[in-house]
Design a binder for this molecule. Structure first.
Ligand SMILES: Nc1ncnc2c1ncn2[C@@H]1O[C@H](COP(=O)(O)OP(=O)(O)OP(=O)(O)O)[C@@H](O)[C@H]1O
Ligand code: NI
Length: 341
C-alpha cells in the first residue's frame, strides 16, 4: 500500500466573491521513499492541496470532501489537536519557501531544532542539542557545532533552507512536504538543496512531495508527477513517461517549455492566456478554453482519468475509446527557426 493516498480531495474558499473551488477532486499517491512532484502554473491549487493534507487551511477555506490515507490512517477524520500531536512535524513535516518566516529570529538555530527534538522524543536537553548539531551536520552545514549557536540572520538563504530541512528531519518523518523550497534561491544553491533532498531520501527512505512550477526541478528530483490545472490533476505518472510521452494537451504544452541540454532556451514556449477563475471554472474540461485541440464535447463532459498504462493517466476526452480522431500531438515549435509548421 502507498504511504499516502489522496482521493477526491476538495478544498473550497467561501469568499464574498463566490466559492473558490481551489482544489476540486484531486487524486494522487506517494510511496515510501518516493518523490512526487506536484506541478502547474500559479494558482493551480498546488499549495492548497498540500496544506489540505495537514489541516492547514484557514477560514474561509475548508476541506469539503476527500479521503487522505496516510500510513493506514485517515487524516481527514482527525481533529486539529490530533493532527498537531500525532502527525504534523512528527510523521509528516513541511519545508516552506521562505525559511525566515519559519524560523524565530530571537533564538539560535540550534536551540530551535533542539526544541523540536525534545518535543518529539524523550531526549534530555543536552541530548537534543547534540542531535541538533548532528542534524545540521547531516544537511551539510559546515562547523555545525559553532553554527548551532548562531541566529537565523547569520545564515545565508541557502544555509537557512538547510536549517529548515534539518528541522523537518528532526523527528524522522515518513513524509516531507516541500512547497517551492528553492524558488527564492539562486540556481547553484538550488541545485545543492535538490542534491540534499536526494541524499536524505536515500539515507532515510523518506517520501517527498515536491511542489514547484519549475519543470527543470521536477526532472532533477521527482520519480512521479501530478500535473495540476485549475484545481484538478490533469495527468499523473512517472516523470519519464510524462516527459517523453505526455498525453494531456496541457502537459504537452508544459513539457515543451522545459529547458534541457538538447532543448535550449530558444525553444521555450510559454503557454498563452491566463488560467480562468476558480470561482466560475469552465464547464466540462477546465482546460478547454486554452486547449488548442478541444472538441465540442469538452465543454459538456467532465473528462475522467483515462489510463495510459497502469501508472499513467490523463484526464482528457481525446483518449476516450469513443473518440474517433487521432490523439492530439502538439508539434514542437521553434521560435525564429526555419522548421516547417
Ligand atoms: N485564503 C484564500 N482565500 C481565497 N482563495 C484562496 C485562498 N488561498 C488560496 N486561494 C485560491 O486557491 C487557488 C489555488 O491557490 P494555490 O495557492 O494553491 O495555488 P498554487 O498552485 O500553489 O500557486 P503558486 O504557484 O502561485 O504558489 C487560487 O485560485 C487562489 O486564489
Ligand atoms: Ni503555491
Amino acid at each position: 500500500m502507498s504511504l499516502l493516498e489522496v482521493s477526491d480531495l476538495r478544498t473550497y474558499f467561501y469568499t464574498e466573491g463566490g466559492i473558490v473551488q481551489a482544489v476540486d477532486g484531486v487524486d494522487f499517491s506517494v510511496n515510501a521513499g518516493e518523490t512526487l512532484g506536484i506541478v502547474g502554473e500559479s494558482g493551480a491549487g498546488k499549495s492548497v492541496t498540500v496544506r489540505s493534507l495537514l489541516g492547514l487551511i484557514d477560514p474561509p477555506g475548508t476541506v469539503v470532501d476527500g479521503t487522505i490515507t496516510f500510513d493506514g490512517q485517515d487524516l481527514h477524520s482527525l481533529t486539529e489537536s490530533e493532527l498537531r500531536r500525532e502527525i504534523r512535524g512528527s510523521e509528516i513535516s513541511f519545508v516552506f519557501q521562505d525559511p525566515m518566516s519559519a524560523l524565530n529570529p530571537v533564538y539560535t538555530v540550534g536551540s530551535q531544532i533542539a526544541e523540536v527534538v525534545e518535543h518529539h522524543t524523550d531526549r534530555t536537553a543536552t541530548e537534543a542539542w547534540d542531535r541538533a548539531v548532528e542534524l545540521l551536520d547531516d544537511v551539510g552545514i559546515p562547523d555545525a557545532a559553532v553554527r548551532a549557536d548562531q541566529y537565523p540572520h547569520e545564515f545565508s538563504g541557502g544555509m537557512r533552507q538547510r536549517v529548515l530541512i534539518a528541522m523537518a528531519l528532526s523527528c524522522n518523518p515518513k513524509l516531507i512536504i516541500a512547497d517551492e523550497p528553492t524558488t527564492a534561491l539562486d540556481v547553484t544553491i538550488q541545485a545543492q538543496i535538490l542534491d540534499l533532498f536526494e541524499e536524505i531520501q536515500d539515507r532515510y527512505n523518506t517520501g517527498l512531495i515536491y511542489v514547484t512550477h519549475d519543470l527543470g526541478v521536477v526532472r532533477e528530483v521527482c520519480d512521479r508527477v501530478a500535473v495540476m490545472y485549475l484545481g484538478e490533476v490533469v495527468e499523473r505518472g512517472r516523470y519519464e513517461d510524462l516527459f517523453n510521452d505526455p498525453k494531456h494537451p496541457y502537459t504537452q504544452m508544459l513539457m515543451r517549455s522545459v529547458v534541457t541540454p538538447d532543448r535550449p532556451v530558444s525553444s521555450l514556449d510559454p503557454i498563452e492566456g491566463a488560467m480562468p477563475s476558480a470561482v466560475d471554472p469552465p464547464s466540462g474540461c477546465r482546460f478547454r478554453t486554452r486547449c488548442p485541440v478541444a472538441i465540442d464535447d469538452c465543454s459538456t463532459i467532465e473528462p475522467p482519468d483515462y489510463a495510459v498504462t497502469s501508472d499513467h493517466a490523463a484526464a482528457c476526452l481525446l483518449y476516450d475509446d469513443d473518440f474517433a480522431g487521432d490523439p492530439p500531438v502538439l508539434h514542437e515549435r521553434t521560435t525564429g527557426g526555419g522548421r516547417d509548421e
